[in-house]
Write a protein that binds this ligand. Structure first.
Ligand SMILES: [Cu+2]
Length: 169
């Protein structure tokens, strides 16, 4: 009787052990595909997150160095004096409430900058002469690339007392 009782308890503990093993292997086999999938997901994400900022960071820096912003405000050009390198582009942006017309000195002919002149406004392509050729509305821009070295004075043709200077080195 005693022996058989022992045998019974051994077999129950064996079943319990098998059941425990089954649970463990069941858990392990369930966890494995998840960890593999997450590794694959992180492996797919890593190259894109590493490469995209490197690609995106270089073009804005080039744009910043080649185009300089001059704001047209209700109190005048800002900054009124800038120094740039030959070949750089200046973007005049009207952030004021009234119309602004940036143009090369000397008012009213606008011929100080080589090749410019208000009489060319009818035929010249926009941005080909240092003259916006019309009053810029609020938010409107005029861009011009300065290839000629010198100190170029300009003004607001609609308010000739408002002046600025661009030094091209
Ligand atoms: Cu003028």
């Amino acid at each position: 009787m005693k022996y058989s009782m022992k045998k019974e308890s051994v077999s129950t503990s064996f079943i319990a052990l098998v059941g425990l093993l089954f649970l463990l292997t069941g858990c392990a086999s369930k966890q494995q595909p998840i960890s593999v999938a997450s590794e694959q997901a992180s492996a797919q994400h890593l190259p894109t997150t590493v490469s995209s900022p490197a690609v995106q960071s270089s073009p804005p820096m080039e744009r910043e160095s080649s185009t300089i912003l001059v704001e047209l405000t209700d109190s005048g050009f800002s900054p009124a004096l800038i120094t740039i390198k030959a070949g750089q582009t200046v973007k005049f942006e009207n952030n004021g409430a009234t119309k602004r017309w940036p143009a090369s000195d000397v008012h009213p002919v606008h011929a100080s900058y080589p090749g410019s002149g208000i009489q060319k406004c009818k035929s010249a392509a926009p941005g080909s002469i240092f003259d916006a050729c019309h009053g810029l509305d609020a938010g409107e821009t005029f861009t011009f690339t300065f290839n000629e070295r010198g100190a170029w004075h300009y003004h607001d043709h609609l308010d000739p007392g408002s002046k600025g200077t661009i030094v091209v080195e």
